[in-house]
Design a protein around this ligand. Sequence first.
Ligand code: URA
Length: 233
Amino acid sequence: MSSPNPTTTCLPASGSNVHKVELPENALVLAPTRQLQSLLTIIRDEKTQRGDFVFTSDRIIRLLVEEGLNHLPVISKKVTTPTGKVYDGVAFQGRICGVSIMRAGEAMEAGLRDCCRSVRIGKILIQRDEETYQPKLFYAKLPDDIANRYVLLLDPMLATGGSCIKAIEVLLEHGVEEEKILFLNLIASPEGIQKVCTRFPKLRIITAWVDEGLDSNSYIVPGLGDFGDRYFL
Ligand code: URA
């Protein structure tokens, strides 16, 4: 009789990797399916080369964008199908745009464009001020009519929450309503989620995974290292 192959052990879809944390009401985590866990395993692996990192991250980004779109309002819409029957459906109501937090957030733009073909995309660059050590806005290019849009704010890693909070402040200063902001993110720290969700209770965060925490360099652990370096370099 052949012995069972240890590499084909069937794990439960939500195994010991699922980090149990109390999440604020405005934070949503994708279901920890086997598929999502396997994709995250690839991008977390230090041995994964750039091509696979990009391909696999893009698949997770697509899941996040599709989930984000589920949170936009719809109105009812009837259409007639080629069979002559009426289908009682829905259509999205309201306009959207994407805003990426540079540089890593730019990796999520293509995933948004794949789902929303001619979507407008703005950019925000935030860096740490060398004197105050506080996140500082260096550059913002946003659609003129952003105040009338839902905003999908894009940043793959939510660590301390500093740049995310600064970016949200910039959006609010440009007239965007807090409840119209959806923050899409691959991996979050519990600290970052708490900070952002408490400060902006009407905004919604959609993340693929919540990790254990931060190390002394404010990297997410176990995390995946520097997302921007691994995606772009
Ligand atoms: N940004 C990253 O790219 N990785 C982290 O772990 C934290 C912030």
